[in-house]
Design a protein around this ligand. Structure first.
Ligand SMILES: [Zn+2]
Length: 179
């Protein structure tokens, strides 16, 4: 009868015995997160205690010539645990990210004006960049900036000027309540 896996919550049997090297052995003990019920300290494995194959990655094994027997690499540490999976699935960060992406999907529906297209967003970005470059040019040459300023109306309805009356659109593009 093979030895049961000593990892908490794991019911598999068979596996790898703890390494003899004290440092590596300690890493295994920390990795499996098992505490001693009596001492409340890190559980100390016995001579026959094993960690089953489920807790190791494929890269923790080295290929043997015979191929059929799995041998761990010298510094392999068990790293695959159920408690890790549940942590990452239900982490607050993951939830936040999910709700955030849901919210961003919902935003376009708030705008009922058919003439507003998501494409306009890039147009506005271009306008902002153009205005910034105008400021830089203004410092370099006032003569030049006059010419560029004359070109601004050609951005027409894509310019921020045409949006600033509509708080809903301003909010959509800038995140601020109004212009
Ligand atoms: Zn196990």
């Amino acid at each position: 009868m093979p030895q049961r896996c000593c990892v908490p919550g794991c019911k598999a049997s068979g596996g790898h015995r703890f390494p003899n090297d004290p440092t590596l052995r300690m890493k295994w003990r920390v990795a499996i997160r098992r505490t001693d019920v009596k001492t409340k300290k890190l559980w100390n494995p016995g001579q026959h205690d094993v960690v089953c194959y489920d807790h190791f990655l494929a890269t923790d094994y080295r290929r043997t010539l015979s191929g059929d027997r799995c041998r761990l690499t010298e510094n392999a540490i068990p790293s695959v645990f159920k408690f890790m999976k549940t942590c990452s699935e239900e982490s607050p960060r993951a939830k936040r990210f999910k709700s955030r992406s849901d919210a961003s999907l919902a935003i376009p529906h708030l705008i009922n004006d058919d003439s507003i297209d998501v494409q306009y967003e890039t147009e506005i970005e271009t306008t902002k960049e153009a205005q910034e470059s105008i400021i830089i040019n203004d410092i370099e040459s006032s003569q030049k900036s006059k010419n560029i300023q004359c070109d601004i109306p050609s951005f027409g309805k894509f310019s921020i000027e045409s949006f600033k009356e509509d708080n809903k659109i301003i909010n959509y593009y800038t995140g601020f309540p109004r212009f």
